[in-house]
Design a protein around this ligand. Structure first.
Ligand code: ATP
Ligand code: MG
Length: 509
């Protein structure tokens, strides 16, 4: 029959709608047309498919080939349609049997040699395939990611020839069955391994207050800003944060994996159940940060979902770029609207940022070498808007450590010791309210963050003296809740409130 019908999937936001690939071979002048809103990568598929078929010793028909990707109004991008198009041509010309084609969904980019290359969004596509009851054939590199979907039948393949041998019944493809948790050995121990892979906190000398703030931030998923002169260890501390983060739940891990799978970097099985840690450079554009494109893709804030987004040298970021963070920081989601389409991505990330106190960087340094005028300092700090600062729970100074701290050989606590305390405090929050303290809504705060008498008095004073906004007030209560959780204290006391108020550095200066 000169017609073959196969199934594949497109990517639209987080969804993977079904695409029917119809290949028709007709007599007439030789030609190769792809219709159904193909974008540039899909149009280029013609050349890849032709070369791949010829290089694997199949016959490329010198007839009129029409490929229709339905539904016609859904834009199709990426090279993942190479595989179904190639198989469709082979089936329509009778070079492979077509009886079993409809049992599977296909996706894979073809190399000119006929090998299969990894694709983007395999996780979302496998979800779709599993729901429709079909098995999914895809490049081997994507198998671990696709197998995260429970109940999905995934057949990894390395080349077009291997798939043809499978369809011809000569050498069946093997069902991929290993759950990646077993595969990588990372499942059972949570991110216990991560502390080994990330640089250790024990390397940081002195900076006891900053380490304490980092521990609180990790325990309650609080956003954190570190301000200090050059070379005091701000970037160093931030790089050690992933090593002390609490383990992820299965659900969180799946959500993060789905985002990674949609991003250009792809998902790696080794990062399963590891909290993402993203640190975009300050030249990043707004679209790179929040996501976008005509076919919307997730940005850094979505790739960092359930993990950390670290913005080093915060004032160097374009002010407009930073402002786009305001909305997702509150809502934990980002909706990207383009003329043709809308996509919503999760964006519940923990913001960690570092900055110098002024342009020269040495304001407040013991050397006294800062010559910045108050006006210059104000202008420098003004690069970060008040509303953004207001959204940061913990703001601390990281001063130059005293010489004796630097000279001391004795090592501080290891990341693993800190991580265990963080984990205990985090579990306490999950048991009490089912989420981290930083994610408490206003009505939850009234329920779970009630200070005792002394705490209440202290808080009242702080609000009037520091002119705190309602948001800052709620944030102090949430941070105090985490401090109490770290101390295994069911009550929020005056000492906890006092420590939390200390962490509003920018409200005071
Ligand atoms: N507390 C510390 N303990 C050990 N080494 C430190 C400490 N602080 C700084 N250093 C050393 O100084 C180097 C620079 O630190 P880091 O890059 O973290 O500074 P920074 O605060 O981010 O500075 P900048 O504001 O210029 O970005 C580190 O790589 C480390 O070698
Ligand atoms: Mg730095």
């Amino acid at each position: 029959m000169p017609l073959a019908v196969l199934y594949s999937r497109a990517i639209a936001g987080m969804e993977a709608p079904l695409v029917t690939v119809e290949v028709h071979i007709a007599n007439g002048l030789p030609g190769f047309t792809i219709v159904g809103l193909p974008e540039a990568e899909v149009k280029e598929s013609k050349d890849r498919v032709r070369a791949a078929l010829q290089n694997t010793r199949f016959e490329f028909p010198s007839r009129r080939i029409t490929v229709n990707l339905a539904p016609a109004d859904l834009p199709k991008e990426s090279g993942r349609f190479d595989l179904p198009i190639a198989l469709g041509i082979l089936a329509a010309t009778g070079q492979i049997p077509s009886d079993k084609l409809g049992l599977y969904e296909w996706a894979g980019e073809l190399a000119l040699t006929g090998e299969l290359r990894a694709i983007r969004g395999a996780l979302a596509m496998t979800y779709g395939a599993a729901r429709s009851g079909r098995s999914f054939v895809l490049p081997e590199q994507n198998a671990a990611e696709a197998a995260l979907v429970r109940g999905a039948a995934v057949y990894p393949a390395t080349s077009l020839l291997q798939i043809c041998a499978h369809l011809a019944g000569r050498e069946p493809l093997q069902l991929y069955s290993l759950h990646p948790a077993k595969d990588t050995g990372a499942g059972a121990g949570g991110n216990g391994e991560s502390a080994l892979r990330y640089p250790g906190m024990e390397e940081v000398k002195g900076q006891a207050q900053a380490k304490r703030a980092l521990e609180i931030a990790a325990a309650g998923c609080h956003s954190l800003l570190m301000i200090g002169p050059p070379g005091t260890g701000k970037s160093m501390l931030a790089a050690r944060l992933p090593g002390i983060l609490p383990a992820m739940t299965e659900e969180e891990a799946l959500e993060s994996a789905a985002m990674q799978s949609l991003g250009s970097g792809g998902f790696r099985a080794a990062s399963w159940k590891q909290r993402p840690y993203r640190s975009p450079h300050h030249t990043a554009s707004g679209v790179a940060l929040v996501g976008g494109g005509s076919n919307p893709r997730p940005g850094e804030i979505s790739l960092a979902v359930n993990g950390v987004l670290f913005l080093d040298e915060l004032p160097e970021f374009d002010r407009k770029v930073l402002e786009v963070l305001r909305e997702p920081l509150e809502s934990g989601r980002i909706t990207i609207s383009r003329a043709a389409r809308q996509a919503e991505f999760p964006a519940r990330f923990q913001l960690v940022a570092a900055m110098n106190p002024c342009l020269c960087g040495y304001l407040g340094h013991f050397s006294g070498k800062c010559r910045c005028t108050p006006d210059q300092v104000a202008r420098y700090r003004g690069k970060i808007s008040g509303p953004l600062l207001d959204r940061i729970d913990i703001q601390i100074e990281v001063p130059a450590p005293p010489e004796e701290d630097l000279m001391r050989q004795a090592q501080g606590e290891s990341s693993e010791t800190i991580r265990q305390r963080v984990e205990t405090a985090y579990q306490r929050q999950l048991e009490r309210q089912g989420k981290a303290n930083a994610h408490l809504a206003v009505k939850d705060i009234d329920k779970y963050c009630i200070p005792d008498k002394a705490g209440e008095n202290l808080l009242r004073q702080a609000i009037s003296r520091l002119n705190l906004s309602a948001r800052a007030y709620h944030r102090i209560l949430k941070v105090a809740r985490t401090i109490a959780d770290l101390a295994a204290n069911p009550e929020i006391s005056g000492a906890h409130i006092a420590e939390a108020v200390q962490y509003r550095k920018m409200d005071r200066s």
